[in-house]
Design a protein around this ligand. Structure first.
Ligand code: ZN
Length: 174
């Protein structure tokens, strides 16, 4: 059974802390597995396409992503202790965040990233995002693990006013 947890907003102190690396032995513990399930449930309930543990007040280095609606090639994914092994290029696009509700901004990100880490069984995984929402999402979530919010990097942070902007702020909320 997974539980929807509260998503922190308003610069809550946990959102601003560098999250701690997860001990590999901890991954198989029921409480940690529950955390992963709860993160997915919380992300889907928001609804959002990505969620990092600090957003639900857990200072550990993991995040979940699911872009199935926008990009069927990137379904449910959890990455523990993620690291970028490749970062290339630059691309600017609009972002929103579940922890900064009602706003959007223009953020310049790497165009292509390769992200390595562990899956929920503690196995090594590596995923690649190339000039797409997935690439942006990985970088946005990684920032959450370092206490960084997109508004720190964004230009022209603005309230989402038009219906289109509200959709932009909510749909790709990460
Ligand atoms: Zn976010």
């Amino acid at each position: 059974m997974a539980y929807v947890r509260t998503i922190l907003t308003d610069n809550h102190p946990t959102l601003r802390k560098v999250a701690k690396k997860v001990d590999v032995d901890e991954i198989r513990e029921p409480l940690f597995q529950q955390l992963i399930d709860d993160m997915f449930a919380t992300m889907y309930a928001a609804p959002g396409i990505g969620l990092a543990a600090p957003q639900i007040d857990v200072g550990k280095r993991l995040f979940v992503v699911d872009l199935q609606d926008e990009d069927p090639s990137h379904g449910p994914l959890v990455i523990i202790n993620p690291k970028f092994t490749v970062t290339e290029g630059e691309l600017e696009s609009i972002e929103g965040c579940l922890s900064v509700p009602g706003f959007i901004g223009d953020v310049t990100r790497f165009e292509r990233v390769v992200c390595a880490g562990l899956d929920r069984h503690g196995r090594r995984i590596s995923v690649e995002g190339t000039a797409d929402l997935f690439s942006r999402c990985l970088q946005h979530e990684m920032d959450h693990l370092d206490g960084v919010l997109y508004v720190d990097k964004a230009k022209n942070v603005r309230p989402a006013l038009t219906e289109e902007e509200v959709a932009e702020a909510e749909a790709p909320a990460i």
